[in-house]
Design a binder for this molecule. Structure first.
Ligand code: ADP
Length: 441
């Protein structure tokens, strides 16, 4: 019981308070070391055959050392600036030890062993230089004592001086090893912390990728189910319906439309997954952009006419040749023109091509419903169809703009959107001339 209490008390005294800053650890350990010194020297003093006045002086020094250690212990945390460097306690410890050595009978008395403890503690705090200086001070002190007592330096003086120096060297060497190990540990710790942070970011990215994949799968399944359900329902009705031929034709029309929608959806899903997984086969070649745009407009003009929309084309006679995949770039322009037509009930659709410094701009504008500022980022995301849900979902897969953005990005460009709700939208394909020419080289 008493033993375990004692063990706990010794441990607590050695470790110090839980909130002790690192800079004070060494100073706190030296408090415990001082207690050991006081406890060893106190009971040993009567056995050293000291004259009575020296014995009294030695006990006085011991009492002073006890008070000093208590004061250091009490003030340590309150005045870390005073103690962290260790200068104050080093000076006090040295003075106390020299006083004890003097009253105890000089450097040749058993008290000279204390000098080794002081040397070690100085080496542990400050390293080789100060420890050696302290050793030289002790050697010089003993030298002066020898001269004052008119004695000749003996073997004991030589041994003491030599071993004090060896102690200083070994203790400072141990200190330098500890400091190096601590620095290396600190470096490793910093590196580990950086690696851990990188790992946490990668983990987060993987989680969000996984989440995106799951929601993509859920969206695809949901979008596939709608046309499949109608195809199945109308086919089943047709199987048992023979009466009215016009109704039969209407049902077949619905089945065809839904099948087309299904095909579009499957094609779009394939495009998105191929582009985003890097498996798309691109057929890059030198392109005549004038011919490419011209071809798109020839297919589009009759559709715009049919929808009662005015279609305008601004195409320079000459454009710098660019390198890219003709089919894919046409797919982007078609998609933008079709969207413009889908979301414009009357007015104008315009296709303007221009050169802007190092860039070619292909802008598709309409005077349609427009897109609210809060939705302008969202329309480029997968399966995002915005606008008035009351008027029904527009025909489409919600993947068109995602594919357009990815194709333009492959060509080193950007797909930009400017839109005013109620006034219309402009989607601009911005392609870098420099990059496309570099590809061609
Ligand atoms: P979808 O195949 O459904 O058209 P997109 O990715 O091409 O899919 O477009 C996503 C959504 O962006 C559309 O459903 C529509 O809400 C909006 N949008 C695209 N183009 C226009 C446009 N020219 N005018 C207004 N809204 C548009």
């Amino acid at each position: 019981m008493l033993w375990s209490w004692l063990k706990r008390a010794i441990r607590a005294e050695w470790l110090g308070p839980a909130d002790l800053p690192n800079s004070l650890t060494m100073e706190w350990r030296l408090i415990a070391v001082r207690w050991v010194g006081i406890l060893v020297v106190g009971p040993a003093l009567p056995f050293l055959n000291l004259p009575l006045n020296h014995l009294a002086a030695a006990y006085a020094i011991l009492v002073f050392a006890t008070v000093y250690n208590l004061v250091v212990r009490a003030w340590m945390q309150g005045r870390p600036d005073l103690f962290a460097s260790g200068y104050v306690t080093t000076v006090c410890d040295s003075l106390l030890n020299i006083a004890m050595v003097s009253v105890g009978g000089g450097f040749s008395s058993p008290f000279s062993y204390i000098l080794f403890t002081v040397t070690i503690s100085v080496a542990m705090r400050y390293g080789f230089g100060p420890a050696m200086a302290m050793t030289m001070l002790f050697v010089a002190g003993e030298g002066i004592e020898i001269i004052l007592l008119r004695q000749a330096p003996d073997a004991a003086f030589a041994f003491r001086s030599g071993f004090l120096m060896v102690t200083a060297i070994l203790a400072s060497y141990l200190r330098s090893l500890t400091v190096k190990a601590e620095l290396a540990l600190h470096d490793r710790l910093g590196e580990l912390q950086r690696l851990y942070a990188d790992l946490a970011v990668a983990h987060q990215e993987l989680l969000s990728l996984d989440e995106a994949k799951t929601s993509f799968l859920a969206n695809v399944s949901h979008e596939l189910r709608t046309p499949l359900t109608s195809i199945r329902a109308f086919s089943e009705i047709l199987l048992s319906y023979n009466d009215d031929e016009s109704v039969q034709r209407e049902f077949l029309g619905i089945i065809t439309t839904e099948s087309e929608r299904l095909t579009r959806l499957v094609n779009d899903v394939l495009d998105v997954t191929k582009i985003e997984s890097g498996q798309m086969e691109w057929r890059d070649e030198r392109l005549d952009l004038v011919a490419l745009v011209d071809q798109c407009t020839r297919a589009f003009t009759p559709l715009a006419d049919h929808a009662g929309l005015d279609f305008r084309l601004e195409l320079p006679a000459l454009l710098p040749p660019i390198t890219g995949d003709a089919d894919r770039l046409q797919q982007v322009i078609h998609n933008l023109l079709n969207n413009a037509m889908k979301f414009t009930s009357d007015g104008t659709i315009a296709l303007r091509v221009s050169v802007c410094g190092e860039w070619i701009h292909i802008a598709v504008s309409d005077t349609g419903v427009g897109i609210a500022p809060s939705d302008q980022q969202r329309v480029f995301e997968k399966f995002q169809q915005v606008g008035d849900t009351l008027t029904g979902k527009p025909k489409g897969t919600g993947l068109g703009l995602t594919i357009c953005r990815d194709i333009v990005a492959y060509h080193g460009g950007q797909l930009m959107l400017h839109s005013q709700p109620g006034q219309g939208s402009t989607f601009t394909i911005v392609l870098p001339i420099a990059r496309t020419e570099r590809l061609a080289a």
